[in-house]
Ligand binder design. Structure first.
Ligand code: AMP
Length: 400
């Protein structure tokens, strides 16, 4: 069965097409970016390694889906014989609140909920919805399935998801912690159990998704108990450009002092803070910050230290929340690729059962792997995440 996965953002549409019957093979993938801005371009790669790059006349998500299907059917670089080969489309949707807690068929009722949930994800859900409607228009009759970032975290108990605000803000305005990256946390937790050879429903796992956005999740018996992102993806550990946890009063102070509007404060916290803000070299990419730190830049070295320390503290607190730990998993851009960051996070954690093997940790590989020592009481894994595959699998399960 051939499944198309779509991730529609504010100015980009990413796509991957899988042949689930042929070992879940990726037939083609790519993205269209700068939609609605000058210089809209497309990158397309098929399983034969053929690549097409260049500007495309795309003004909106519908144009984008149209051009994606044209490439998929192209005589030279295409991978499909007919549009009817596509049996279902899986969509990444960011916010489902407490209303959608598992993959759903995106009928009118579900789409209305996606629209309503946009109140808490105004930068994401409306764009996700545009991607869904574009697919309905270009591929009529093909079922669309929504896979929600927040869904995996819906098992969090109220002690973990409530903010200590007047209760009416939860009851009336649905202000609570929801968490994000759920598809990734669920995928790597399952893969870690498979790598370990023990059933997921017998394990205590902490998943550390450290990419441009970063979050951790505490997973017991396959169910999320807590996660570091909250109402929005701003809460938790330090990220590329987001501050993570801070005293709310600091924000109020800065707003008053600099006369910032709520939108300006939002921009400061989400786009100018985190590693970008602390390192002060104009880049949020950990590779650049690591390179500068190696050259002796003290602010960069300090930013890396703050980043690692915050993750370390979350690991400790989630071990307490879970009442122990079997596996710590690193995933996403930083988690999968930065052996120095993994080492910094795990430094001095031997006493609580996490022994990183320096040699195994230094090996680069795209495969899931164990990087703890043979005698480490708690295993440490590096598991490449694959949210697109997880969405395709969930879509197949629902429509298959
Ligand atoms: P993601 O959001 O998962 O795509 O992760 C992207 C981020 O991963 C980049 O912005 C980098 O900060 C980081 N990254 C990717 N490769 C490396 C690497 N080899 N070493 C350190 N950081 C990396």
């Amino acid at each position: 069965m051939i499944i198309l996965v779509i991730n529609a953002g504010s100015s980009s549409v990413k796509f991957t097409i899988f042949d689930m019957a042929d070992q879940k093979k990726v037939l083609a993938s790519g993205l269209i970016e700068r939609i609605g801005i000058e210089g809209t371009s497309m990158k397309y790669t098929n399983f034969r390694g053929e690549e097409v790059k260049g500007e495309v006349p795309v003004k909106n998500p519908k144009d984008a889906v149209k051009i994606i299907t044209e490439r998929l059917l192209d005589a030279r670089v295409g991978v499909l014989k007919s549009m009817s080969d596509i049996k279902a489309i899986g969509h990444r949707v960011v916010q489902g609140m407490e209303k959608i807690i598992e993959p759903v068929l995106l009928d009118e009722k579900a789409k209305t909920i996606v629209r309503e949930c946009g109140v808490l994800a105004p930068l994401h859900n409306p764009h996700n919805l545009m991607g869904i409607e574009a697919c309905e228009a270009v591929l009529p009759g093909v079922p669309n399935v929504g896979v929600f970032d927040t869904a995996f975290h819906s098992t969090m108990p109220s002690r973990a998801f409530l903010y200590a605000l007047p209760y009416k803000y939860y009851e009336e305005d649905h202000i609570r912690r929801y968490g994000f990256h759920g598809t990734s946390h669920g995928f790597v937790a399952k893969a870690a159990a498979a790598l370990d050879g023990r059933p997921l429903n017998s394990l205590k796992i902490i998943t550390a998704h450290l990419g441009n956005g970063c979050s951790l999740a505490a997973v017991k018996n396959g169910q999320c108990q807590d996660t570091s992102m909250g109402l929005t993806p701003l809460e938790g550990v330090i990220m590329g450009t987001r501050s993570g946890d801070l005293d709310a009063s600091a924000v109020l102070y800065i707003m008053k002092k600099d006369g910032l509007t709520p939108d300006q404060a939002d921009n400061l916290l989400n786009k100018k803070s985190g590693v970008l803000g602390l390192a002060s070299i104009g880049s949020s990419d950990l590779r650049d910050v690591e390179a500068e730190a190696n050259k002796g830049n003290k602010l960069c070295a300090q930013a890396l230290e703050v980043f690692a320390y915050r993750v370390k503290k979350y690991i400790g607190s989630y071990m307490a929340a879970l009442g122990g730990l079997d596996i710590l998993v690193f995933t996403a851009g930083v988690g999968e690729n930065s052996s120095t960051m993994r080492a910094a996070i795990c430094q001095d954690l031997e006493g609580i059962g996490l022994k990183l093997d320096a040699q195994k940790n230094s090996v680069r590989s795209p495969e899931p792997r164990v990087v703890s020592t043979g005698d480490s009481p708690i295993k440490i894994h590096v598991i490449p995440t694959n949210e697109e595959l997880a969405i395709a699998e969930a879509t197949l399960k629902l429509v298959g």
